[in-house]
Design a protein around this ligand. Structure first.
Ligand SMILES: NC(=O)c1ccc[n+]([C@@H]2O[C@H](COP(=O)([O-])OP(=O)(O)OC[C@H]3O[C@@H](n4cnc5c(N)ncnc54)[C@H](OP(=O)(O)O)[C@@H]3O)[C@@H](O)[C@H]2O)c1
Length: 228
């Protein structure tokens, strides 16, 4: 399998590169020019295309011939970075390719998610802070996911809980809606978030789903392991 990892040099991206190589996949990574060095550990084992992830020419070349595309959707800046990235992937990936996108629990597919009040307050603050500083544009990430949800491609949008570094605990569990008891612990190790993204490439049950994930060894996952 040939996979493209868009945002390969970030924390999530580097874990995804490793999981993909562990499976024997051929990997093409896209990352900003100044971040190429972060992928030195993979020199000779992956192809790197430097560029902004919303650069349509870079994305067109990167996804060419790929069976799967793993996209780290980030709301950086005020230049429609997330929507530009998602649009390019949706436009240029092979129609039969598996497309996996990352985002957070704040994205909702059907409006049925029920958020803890602390979570809502944090999101409101991030939205306000982002608008004032032009560092973040949460609404653009929301729009990017709406583009994906409306697409006829073979997509999955993986909604991450709060993240932490740490050893792998195994494949996270998931549910369709934030608010479901299995997700209450709201914590996933980043290495396992990446594992879920890479596993989704070969899990057709996740096509047109937006799984909200949580670590499989967290108290809520252990207490409610039969959900989904
Ligand atoms: N952080 C959390 O707690 C959390 C929680 C839930 C879900 N998520 C989701 O998980 C995914 C990864 O998030 P993460 O926090 O773990 O980050 P990450 O993996 O470190 O990824 C950040 C990405 O953004 C790029 N980036 C950083 N600054 C940028 C800028 N100014 N302009 C353009 N690109 C920039 C990085 O590229 P460089 O390598 O070039 O810097 C990297 O590819 C995202 O989809 C996020 O929504 C995160």
């Amino acid at each position: 399998m040939k996979v493209c990892i868009i945002g390969a040099s970030g924390k999530l991206g580097i874990y995804m590169v490793q999981h993909a190589l562990d499976r024997g996949y051929t990997v093409v990574g896209v990352c900003r020019e100044k971040s190429v060095g972060k992928l030195d550990a993979f020199k000779g084992r992956i192809t790197i295309l430097p560029g902004a992830t919303n650069d349509r020419a870079v994305i067109q070349k990167a996804v060419d011939g790929c069976d799967g595309v793993l996209t780290v959707l980030v709301p950086w800046g005020a230049q429609h970075y997330a929507t530009g990235t998602a649009r390019a992937v949706l436009d240029f990936a092979r129609p039969d390719a598996r497309l996996i996108f990352s985002c957070g629990w704040h994205i909702t597919q059907d409006g049925q998610d029920v958020y803890p009040s602390a979570f809502k307050m944090e999101e409101t603050f991030a939205r306000w802070f982002g608008k004032v500083t032009h560092i973040l544009d949460i609404d653009d990430q929301v729009k990017a996911c709406r583009q994906v949800f409306a697409s006829p491609t073979r997509w999955t949008v993986v909604r991450g809980s709060d993240l932490a570094e740490g050893e792998s605990q195994g494949l996270p569990v998931w549910s369709r809606h934030v608010g479901d008891p299995i997700l209450a612990s709201n914590l996933t190790h980043r290495v396992d978030y990446a594992l879920f993204m890479v596993e989704a490439l070969t899990n057709d049950d996740l096509i047109h789903e937006a799984p909200a994930i949580v670590g499989c060894r967290t108290p809520s996952a252990l207490a409610h392991s039969t959900v989904v």
